[in-house]
Design a protein around this ligand. Structure first.
Ligand SMILES: Nc1ncnc2c1ncn2[C@@H]1O[C@H](COP(=O)(O)OP(=O)(O)OP(=O)(O)O)[C@@H](O)[C@H]1O
Ligand SMILES: Cc1ncsc1CCO
Ligand SMILES: [Mg+2]
Length: 281
């Protein structure tokens, strides 16, 4: 195994042993799926929203995940309280900017969160991250328009500079960037697009990895690779049956993940920044 493969394998074991508490402030569509997905992975989910308690919950969590999928102004106020508490106590904060660019409320909420809270990792689809960096990109509700991995890598690098955070853009291929480098992770299955909240759960899964690893580029890479591998494994068994069977099998595969599960099901390609030629190493 390469060093990176060894590092991400060690991280999966760490998540499974530590069972990190992930505090999710997420949307009403995906709440149950997110909790079950985190449990399957081996993490401990908690959802807490009241402004009176979020600072206390974020303080004791391993990671805080902010997801604006069904936001209200009151909820964003509470997210900022939680985020500031997490920042104060060294708890990594992740942002899923669901539907940014689709409405002014969403765009302004994401901008406000990024201004007032130090975000360690942002994960969104191509349209969401493009809109965050001020690129005009088609967004239909919460779903992304088509984009290529190379264009996404460039946008992720830009976003990571702009927000001083690691940025993951997911889609057919996932990219993750830390300002200087990016990686392209291939895995997953198109059936994930038929399961609502596949992206939202992924952000929370990245939260579980971020809880046990301070290097967000490494934590994010591990989360993307294992998530993609679990989906590919589930699709192998259930693609002919449809999205319902796939969703169940996917949860099962998250629960069955072991350090070697990525091999043959997801690949990680490493590259330096586009300015340096974007060569694979
Ligand atoms: N065409 C595809 N083929 C394989 N995997 C895919 C494809 N599209 C998305 N995925 C995978 O689906 C997961 C969710 O990514 P996606 O970009 O669809 O999130 P999203 O748009 O935020 O989803 P949602 O809003 O439903 O939560 C990722 O693991 C990604 O790799
Ligand atoms: C469908 C949907 N609408 C708002 S959030 C959400 C879940 C996927 O992001
Ligand atoms: Mg999403």
């Amino acid at each position: 195994m390469s060093t990176l493969e060894q590092d991400i394998a060690a991280l999966l074991t760490k998540v499974q042993k530590a069972r990190p508490l992930v505090h999710n402030m997420t949307n009403v569509v995906v709440t149950n799926f997110t909790a079950n997905g985190l449990l399957a992975l081996g993490a401990s989910p908690v959802m807490a929203y009241a402004r009176e308690e979020v600072a206390d919950m974020a303080k004791v969590a391993g990671a805080l995940v902010l997801n604006i999928g069904t936001l209200s102004t009151e909820q964003v106020d509470a997210m900022i309280i939680a985020g500031k508490s997490a920042n104060l106590h060294g708890v990594p904060v992740l942002l899923d900017p669901v539907g940014v660019g689709a409405t002014r409320l969403r765009t302004e909420a994401a901008e406000r969160i990024l201004r007032e809270v130090k975000i360690a990792l942002i994960r969104g689809n191509a349209s969401e991250i493009a809109n965050l960096v001020g690129e005009v990109s088609d967004i239909k509700g919460v779903d992304a328009a088509e984009s290529s991995a190379e264009i996404n890598a460039e946008i992720a690098l830009r976003a990571s500079h702009q927000f001083n955070a690691v940025v993951a853009i997911t889609g057919k291929e996932d990219v993750i960037a830390d300002g200087a480098h990016y990686r392209i992770i291939s895995g997953g299955d198109v059936l994930l697009t038929q399961v609502t909240g596949a992206g939202c759960l992924l952000t929370s899964v990245l939260g579980a990895f971020a809880a046990v690893e301070r290097d967000m580029m490494l934590a994010g890479t591990a989360g993307l690779a294992y998530y993609g591998a679990a989906a590919a494994r589930a699709a192998e068994r259930t693609a002919s049956l449809g999205p319902g069977s796939f969703q169940v099998a996917f949860l099962d595969e998250l629960a069955k993940l072991h350090p070697h599960s990525v091999k043959g099901y997801a690949t990680i390609a490493e590259a330096s920044s586009m300015a340096a030629g974007g060569e694979s190493r």
